[in-house]
Write a protein that binds this ligand. Structure first.
Ligand SMILES: Nc1ncnc2c1ncn2[C@@H]1O[C@H](COP(=O)(O)OP(=O)(O)O)[C@@H](O)[C@H]1O
Ligand SMILES: [Mg+2]
Length: 251
């Protein structure tokens, strides 16, 4: 059976993935803070809304305004999608900060205030086709390895059963063993990171796809930039040009 694809919102990434993310499956997107995880997910949400798919974004660490502000800054306006219900955003962040304020007023610890992420996923309406969880770091922070594995397995399974195409964002460096467990469980894994170009000494952003089931991936990291219009992946042609320039300047 051929796997159906869902457009990622970045045409070069679609080409790397035989047309897009495998439909109805969950992908891990990892990388340190500032790597571009939220922006990668913003492209996906915007494209999916444009294609008329009902989307849900679960924000755990920033408030809705701050997400919308960054999206608008790179040219994505979600106001109409929010008004017409194509995009639902859960206010997990606001709920948590309110609970933390109450807990500290009562002198309680804040660990208990974390609403079970599995519960949040169970409550997702049946007509949602696209889900982004930004991010899993709180789940990782509040649970030991076994609990994290059980919960992430359940979240991924619930969403696949609902046939949702999902992105799970995770800060790679904080997670270690939990990251590799999540990578085993997820259908695919995309890693964003920065490297130093040995020739120029400049920092470069790279995207590496170590795993994508049912997909012929190249295992070759590709360079990308974050611009005022979002993520731009350098195509093969550009890479050849850079290589040619490097060879010419070396002569
Ligand atoms: N308008 C812009 N122009 C250029 N780069 C930008 C712009 N907006 C954001 N960025 C870059 O994107 C980074 C944030 O990306 P983000 O997806 O939020 O990271 P993550 O979710 O991985 O922490 C910023 O640190 C900045 O480097
Ligand atoms: Mg982010």
């Amino acid at each position: 059976m051929n796997v159906q694809r869902v457009a990622t919102g970045i045409s070069e990434l679609d080409s790397l993935l035989e047309g897009g993310y495998p439909k109805g499956h969950g992908m891990l997107v990892s990388g340190p803070p500032g790597a571009g995880k939220t922006i990668l997910a913003t492209h996906f949400l915007h494209q999916s809304c444009k294609d008329g798919k009902k989307c849900m974004l679960m924000l755990t660490h920033v408030n809705v305004e701050s997400f919308l502000e960054q999206a608008e800054n790179i040219g994505f306006d979600f106001r109409r999608c929010l008004e017409n219900g194509t995009l639902l955003i859960t206010k997990s962040f606001e709920v948590r900060t309110n609970k933390i304020q109450n807990a500290s007023r009562l002198g309680s610890g804040i660990g208990f205030v974390e609403k079970d992420c599995v519960e949040n996923v169970q409550e997702i309406p049946d007509d949602i086709e696209v889900v982004v969880i930004d991010n899993l770091d709180m789940l990782s922070l509040y649970h030991n390895v076994e609990e994290f594995a059980d919960k992430f397995f359940t979240i991924n399974d619930l969403l696949s059963t609902k046939r949702c195409t999902s992105l799970f964002l995770i800060g790679q460096e904080e997670s270690g063993i939990k990251h590799s467990i999540a990578e085993h469980i997820a259908f695919g894994s995309l890693m964003l990171y920065t490297n130093r170009d040995e020739r120029t000494g400049k920092g470069i952003r790279q995207l590496y796809i170590p795993k994508m089931r049912c997909t012929n991936i190249s295992l070759e990291p590709v360079s990308f930039r974050i611009t005022p219009a979002g993520i731009k992946i350098e195509n093969i042609f550009q890479r050849d040009e850079i290589l040619r320039d490097a060879l010419e300047s070396a002569v």
